[in-house]
Design a protein around this ligand. Sequence first.
Ligand SMILES: [Zn+2]
Length: 271
Amino acid sequence: MVMKLFDAHCHLQDDALFPAIGSVLARAAAAGVERMACCGTRSKDWNRIFQLSESYPQIFPMIGTHPWFVKGRDGSPSRPDNAARPAVEPYQDIQTLENLLRAHPEAGIGETGLDFQERFTNRAEQEASFAAHLDLARELNRSVAVHCVHAWGRLIEILRAYPAPRVLLHAFGGPAELVPELVTLNCWFSFCGAVANPRAKRVRAAAVAVPEDRLLIETDSPDFAPANCAMPNEPANLIHVINALSELRGTTVDSMIRYTFSNAESVFGAI
Ligand SMILES: [Zn+2]
């Protein structure tokens, strides 16, 4: 079996991984993880993302503002549970984002999206930020990494209004019935270690519904370590995701390794 894996979504810039990045990447390489898409979540991350991608060619850089870090209208942080954390960013940072993307034609856009869990009070601002990211993706022809929780109806409406060329719905948790329509909106779908959890019924149903040519795999490191893996999660754990997914979909690990890698190349480009 040729191990050649692509981690479609991770956060190597996170303080849980970045200080030991050399050994994190060595373990990833030993586990067959040849490429990784590394996603920024707020403007203070963005330089670190390029620092990583410029030092390590296997890292695909992505920059954007995660819905958790889009500032609310009153200027307060969007995360009341985390109000002490200072570095929330207004979506007005979109000009800085555009400038950096123009300076880095290799980069993708994300993480952006919508999170309508009750504790977030900035839905209108999240939607404006998401739309602005999608607009840039279309204009600059870039791939976009999207986080979506409890917002599937609005997600579809906004994707229709702001069509983007390549949208990766990361850690997909939407209903399986929406998959066909999302495919028509240029969406790909990636799954993390959550698929291994027998109680994650909705995620598992969706993982079966996604067409083979739209399926990707991710660790979402440093979060969501698969069962039996230590925290922080890291790209080297990607094989656990493949093992769980291939069992669920009734395909061989070998073929899934091949098609998820080439799907990731369709989204992020080949090197
Ligand atoms: Zn993420």
